[in-house]
Design a binder for this molecule. Structure first.
Ligand SMILES: O=C(O)c1ccccc1NCC(=O)[C@H](O)[C@H](O)COP(=O)(O)O
Length: 215
């Protein structure tokens, strides 16, 4: 079975090119000023224009206002919006309707109790991103390189929408994460970086190799 993957937090043209070369089906751009992976609209536009068709360009935002999303969508040719803050199901539906773009809602998991709210998002989002919950007081709501206990997903009935597994995935652990959770899509950021915001071509290739069916 082929496992699709997304490389999130790309900031440089050479990283976009290496991500595409490694076989990424999605590339993510972070619009969150506090992040070391933050890109301006101008940077993101240039990066997005270099992405070939067939690879989805995902705009990651955190509790963004309409005005910011309006500017983003007008400037950057994106294929999907990832909502990575505290957006409610109603807000997910609103963003989806306003821009006519598919929306992926990120949901942080730390314990079994966190799984309960996912169903209400599955009703309104196009995809779900099941990520580790950020630690208390963390500067970033995602991209912290932390995994959650994948056994929480083992053997469970999944949601009605496609979903991606995220959080602390690396070339060394992604095969085990997929085996335990049954994920068919995964998302990675820190685990393929040489430093925050700088992707590493070798690590992206190793990540793809770890997901290859023959591996
Ligand atoms: O990556 C960031 O800097 C970031 C900032 C604000 C919100 C979310 C952010 N990243 C979220 C992602 O999509 C990551 O790929 C996902 O959380 C997994 O990250 P990692 O554990 O570093 O692989």
């Amino acid at each position: 079975m082929t496992i699709a993957f997304k490389v999130c937090g790309l900031t440089r043209p050479q990283d976009v090119s290496a991500a595409v070369q490694s076989g990424a089906r999605y590339v993510g751009f972070v619009f969150f000023p506090k992040s070391p992976r933050n890109v301006t609209l101008e940077q993101a536009r240039a990066l997005a224009l270099a992405v070939p068709s067939g690879v989805a360009k995902v705009a990651l935002t955190v509790d963004a206002e309409d005005a910011d999303l309006d500017a983003l969508v007008a400037a950057v040719p994106v294929d999907m919006v990832q909502l990575h803050g505290h957006e409610s199901p109603d807000r997910v539906a609103e963003v989806r309707a306003r821009y006519g773009l598919p929306v992926m809602k990120a949901l942080g998991i730390a314990s079994a109790a966190d799984l309960a709210r996912i169903d209400s998002y599955a009703e309104v989002a196009d995809q779900l991103l099941i990520d580790a919950k950020p630690p208390e007081g963390a500067d970033l709501p995602g991209g912290n390189g932390l995994a959650f206990d994948w056994r929480l997903l083992a053997g469970r009935k999944y949601w009605t929408k496609p979903w991606m597994l995220a959080g602390g995935l690396t070339p060394g652990n992604v095969a085990e994460a997929v085996r335990l959770t049954g994920a068919r899509q995964v998302d990675v950021s820190s685990g393929v970086e040489s430093a925050p915001g700088l992707k590493d071509a070798g690590r992206m290739a190793a990540f793809a190799k770890a997901l290859a069916p023959s591996n």
